[in-house]
Design a protein around this ligand. Sequence first.
Ligand code: ACO
Length: 322
Amino acid sequence: MKTTKIIGTGSCVPDRIVTNDELAGVVDTSDSWIQERTGICRRHISVKETTSELAAEAARAAVLDAGILPEDLGLIIAATSSADTVMPTVACRVQAALGNRSAVCFDLNAACSGFLYSLNVAHSMIKSGLCSTALVVGAENMSKTIDWTDRGTCVLFGDGAGACVLQASDDGWISTVSGADGLRGDVLTYAGNTLHNFLTAPLSGETPYMKMDGQAVFKFAVKTVPACINSLLEQAGCRKQDVRWYLLHQANERIISAAARRLGEPIEKFPINLNEYGNTSAASIPILLDEMNREGRLEQGDKIVLAGFGAGLTWGATLLTW
Ligand code: ACO
């Protein structure tokens, strides 16, 4: 076995759909503003589904699609920045839900790049012989990280989970590129909690919710994503015309079109589903991958680029053969 391959996918989103019009009743916004600036029409927001429950549902579907048994999994990684509990991890909760007893389980947080980072780790662990079959699930409850009075962020995000099973194989994984720039981390932050003890006082203006400089993130994304894909393809010796699909992190339709333009590739190679789900952070790429898999749009031998960016700042791109 020379490399690793994705052999199954799954996804799960909450039942409750929130339209742009409904949000216009929550903050000062409009359907036309949201659609024009982002391409988002609606998002699925969890009312009672936890991050772990969404992750477990996506995981069950991926295991079924892969045709393996839960006990075949030697590794479970949950990519998330909105875990329902820090301890136990989402990965351990997924393991319990699947009834697996033999996997190494941990969560990995690289914000919206989390799924790609986790896929890299799973690939490396399989290649080094630590396990032969792994589950990677990107799962988020972004709606719980948001200040619902901040129209600049609350219209952008949605909840959901996507999963894939990765296995040792003779073909599949080709190459990967990833990186981070912590010096630019302040443009997108989420404290989650304010971490005070009885000796310290909260800083004034401190908020546990997500804060974002939207334009700075936008500029970072349109520059970094194409650059990252270009170096990936160069590293792999792969020509653009040989790439069948570019599955980009689903944050904003304008970011995806700008990336396509900069790469000189037709927009038809960049499937989009953010109109339905909004930005589901680490879940966005695996949800899209699962939809395309189930719709029969991925053919054996297709070369696919997965690419993402997010808070940190972080980014990554992976080239694989389906
Ligand atoms: N509805 C109506 N008006 C709004 C809204 C809203 N929801 N949000 C902001 N506005 C207003 C602003 O107040 C501003 O008004 P002003 O001109 O009177 O000051 C105006 O619209 C323009 O605001 P901008 O921020 O300049 O709008 P922009 O065109 O940059 O679009 C957006 C904002 C959509 C957030 C864009 O910057 C973007 O998509 N950035 C990238 C965000 C992203 O991808 N984040 C996810 C990163 S991944 C992760 O790790 C979580």
